[in-house]
Design a protein around this ligand. Sequence first.
Ligand SMILES: CC(C)(COP(=O)(O)OP(=O)(O)OC[C@H]1O[C@@H](n2cnc3c(N)ncnc32)[C@H](O)[C@@H]1OP(=O)(O)O)[C@@H](O)C(=O)NCCC(=O)NCCS
Length: 265
Amino acid sequence: MTVTLRLETPADHYAVEAMTRDAFWRFWEPDREICEEHLLTHRLRAAGGFVPELNYVALADGELAGHIIYSKSRIERDNGEALETLTFGPLTVRPDMQRKGIGKALMRRTFDEAKRLGYPGVIIFGHPDYYPRVGFRRASEFGITTSDGKSFDALMAYPLCDGALDGAAGKYYIDPVYDTLNQADALAFDQKFPPKARIDAVLIGVLLERLGADAAKAIESLGFQTLELMRSKSRREILALPGMDEISVGTVSAVMAEHGWVWGR
Ligand SMILES: CC(C)(COP(=O)(O)OP(=O)(O)OC[C@H]1O[C@@H](n2cnc3c(N)ncnc32)[C@H](O)[C@@H]1OP(=O)(O)O)[C@@H](O)C(=O)NCCC(=O)NCCS
């Protein structure tokens, strides 16, 4: 298989959105009827902070297989200054092409380009055990928190040069377009694409019934109704919950894998 990367063109838009819809189709949360990432991709291209120089597609043997889209973000530093950073997402790899290095290749290429453009770093919310594989660190290591001061492993930072995010402690803000999404708009936008059967969420009970009492209580304390939401937590965050141990974390990993999710590796 030959993977090539190039900038997205308008002729790619529909296919990229359809691929994004396919890749995120399973991501149900209790109050969500449909994924919103294909609409997000569509809106990001028109957003004020959109960065066209980093809007890349991946082709595998000439066929669309992945996409990464960036917008400008900023850190309101504790010292009162603002630092312009980048945020990507959605990062999408076509479901049948996942785990072949395409996600990593899209990140590596665009990080090189972003560095050339002079940005200090990339800040994201994402799978907390996946992105450290390409060099992301916990945002908390740099003193970076969400805009409301929260800190968790899914908030990650990648300095584009050594030390570029040192002293960047402060609150992180993303493009306002991320806050414009809602279910009604996503359902209306989805009409552009062929009908697709809904996949019901897997309830957290399938995991709880496989764990001992203490570990089950620990997972229940997260308040997650669906198994999918476990993906927002890192292995180390789950292991740190009172009542969890290595064996129970192994069970979480196994149950996730049974339902098609990579978690805790
Ligand atoms: C997540 C995603 C972008 C990764 O891209 P990819 O091309 O499949 O991944 P890569 O081939 O670059 O890397 C694969 C490695 O990461 C691991 N990995 C993938 N998803 C992971 C996760 N959620 N947690 C931990 N590790 C993960 C794989 O196990 C694999 O490891 P291995 O090489 O040791 O087997 C892709 O799977 C995808 O589009 N998923 C659906 C949409 C999504 O979740 N997007 C990201 C939102 S934050």
